[in-house]
Design a protein around this ligand. Structure first.
Ligand SMILES: *Cc1c(COP(=O)(O)O)cnc(C)c1O
Length: 481
């Protein structure tokens, strides 16, 4: 497999190079030069790790089979609290929740970020890269801790994440400020997620900055979903969940299964599109947005317009107006690099662009705060099952569309990460401190507090470090001196 930028098909790079670079030098995103057609029916009795190995052999084809086998076993092992890795909880015969939050940081980001560090290490060996790697990452809350956890203590890697000051949940903040190794660090930026993401992207394309980092002995990379090394691992769980639905007798192979994805940066849903394009018999793929509904508007009208204010919602990981991975989706629908470049130019200069909506093969709707609360309450009352606000946005959004037939909703975070919204939705008092809240959530679920949370509460927290958005470069240089 080779990769090239969404803005230039002529220059092909190896998988290892694409993973180490993160963003292509021309500002585009790396995409696979082809998507293979796979007969997934022959994978029916595979477990999660076997599916992962087969997918990675195709997409990370410059790594040895033994390496892939080794790193898959490291990435998807006892660090997840279930051997199934991603179990599906069927609420009834029509609707299932893919529980993507059984990893160490309790959100779906772990599925890629428990693997990416080992992948980068292998790529580093493969390419003979001598320098250490400095990973800069913007986070709306979940990627930050997942990246810190994945790279924690890993030799030759430094991670600095930027999260929006006052823009993450108190649980997420505690996660990022509690670390076991000094090679990872979180910094609060006065701004929103888009400011964090723009700032990081700008640094990547600032020659002076790249030069300074290089003189300090580092090569830059990214753990955001602009990195193809995050996208590929996310295709694995759609394949796994589809095949599992067949094994469980919910569908027979070939029957369609619709997918609903609570979306922010468009990475998770794009992985579903890739899986379908490779031949997985998924039915409709539905994008769910919160009140920051720029993507839902786009899919319904063809006009992408980021000229609106960002609203803080109870699903902060979706509080995004500029979704990076949309560029990859547009490329998938129309692989014309000049067209992509002109759209991105329009986005930069006017904050908007327009395409013919007939090219889309996704449906979309969005849910407001009231509908999100109602979904949390409804699912709890009817099925005795707690869903987090992001999953609830997806649940509420799918009610506004006709998906018909069995449907899987991507359950992207554990309810422990966003406790306040759960209490208000269930019309319960919000306890004075987080530990009490955790015990109340545990009581609602009828299960013990997850071990990773118990461990988190034993760690000492760093003081929050807050910077202005124009201080990023300076602070990073200070950090790596
Ligand atoms: C990151 C995240 C999302 C959004 O996923 P994208 O890949 O950015 O679209 C949704 N829910 C949760 C809990 C997340 O952490």
């Amino acid at each position: 497999m080779k990769y090239h930028s969404t803005r230039n098909q002529a220059e092909l790079v190896s998988p290892s190079k694409a993973v180490l670079e993160g963003l292509a030098p021309d500002g585009g995103l790396y995409v696979p030069s082809e998507l293979p057609q796979i007969d997934f029916a022959s994978w029916l009795n595979h477990d999660y790790q076997m599916i992962a190995k087969k997918v990675f052999k195709i997409f990370f084809s410059d790594l040895a089979d033994t390496t892939i086998k080794k790193i898959v076993n490291l990435a998807y092992g006892k660090n997840f609290d279930t051997t199934e890795i991603v179990p599906t909880r069927w609420l009834d015969s029509e609707t299932g929740i893919m529980e993507l939050w059984h990893g160490p940081t309790l959100a779906f980001k772990d599925l890629a970020l428990q693997f990416l560090p080992y992948l980068m290490q292998a790529a580093q060996e493969k390419t003979g890269l001598k320098e250490d790697i400095l990973i800069l990452t913007a986070t709306s809350g979940d990627t930050g801790k997942a990246a810190m956890e994945g790279f924690s203590g890993l030799e030759h890697f430094r991670v600095i994440v930027f999260y929006p000051y006052n823009g993450v949940s108190s649980f997420q903040k505690r996660q990022m400020l509690s670390r076991e190794h000094n090679n990872v660090r979180a910094i609060a930026l006065k701004g929103d997620f888009d400011d964090c993401q723009r700032g990081v992207k700008e640094l990547f394309s600032t020659p002076n900055f790249v030069q300074t980092v290089s003189e300090a002995g580092y090569t830059l990379s990214s753990a955001n979903s602009i990195n193809i090394g995050r996208l590929v691992p996310q295709t694995v769980y759609y394949i796994n969940s589809y095949l599992e639905a067949v094994s469980a007798g919910k569908i027979s192979y070939g029957e369609s299964l619709s997918i609903v994805v609570p979306t922010g940066n468009f990475g998770n849903i794009l992985a579903a599109c890739y899986a379908r394009k490779m031949g997985l018999p998924l039915g409709k793929i539905h994008l769910a947005a919160n009140q920051n509904n720029v993507l839902a508007d786009f899919l319904n009208s063809g006009v992408y317009d980021r000229n609106r204010s960002l609203v803080k919602t109870s699903s902060p990981s979706m509080d995004i107006l500029v979704a990076s991975n949309l560029e990859r989706y547009l490329y998938l629908k129309n692989p014309n690099t000049d067209w992509i470049k002109s759209l991105m130019q329009d986005l930069n200069s006017q904050g908007k662009f327009k395409v013919d909506r007939d090219i889309f093969d996704l449906s979309a709707s969005w849910a407001n705060e009231k509908e999100t609360s109602a979904a949390i309450e409804h699912v709890y009352q009817k099925y005795n099952y707690l869903i987090d606000p992001h999953t609830a946005v997806a649940y509420a959004s799918q009610n506004k569309t006709d998906l018909s037939g069995p449907t899987l909703i991507a359950g992207t975070a554990s309810p422990y990460k966003f406790m306040e919204k759960i209490f208000t939705s269930l019309k319960q008092d919000i306890p004075a401190d987080d530990w009490q809240s955790i015990q109340n959530i545990s009581r609602l679920t009828g299960e013990n507090v997850p071990q990773v949370i118990q461990k988190l509460w034993q760690l000492e927290q760093d003081r929050e470090f807050v910077i202005e958005s124009n201080q990023m470069s300076e602070i990073i240089q200070e950090e790596i001196k």
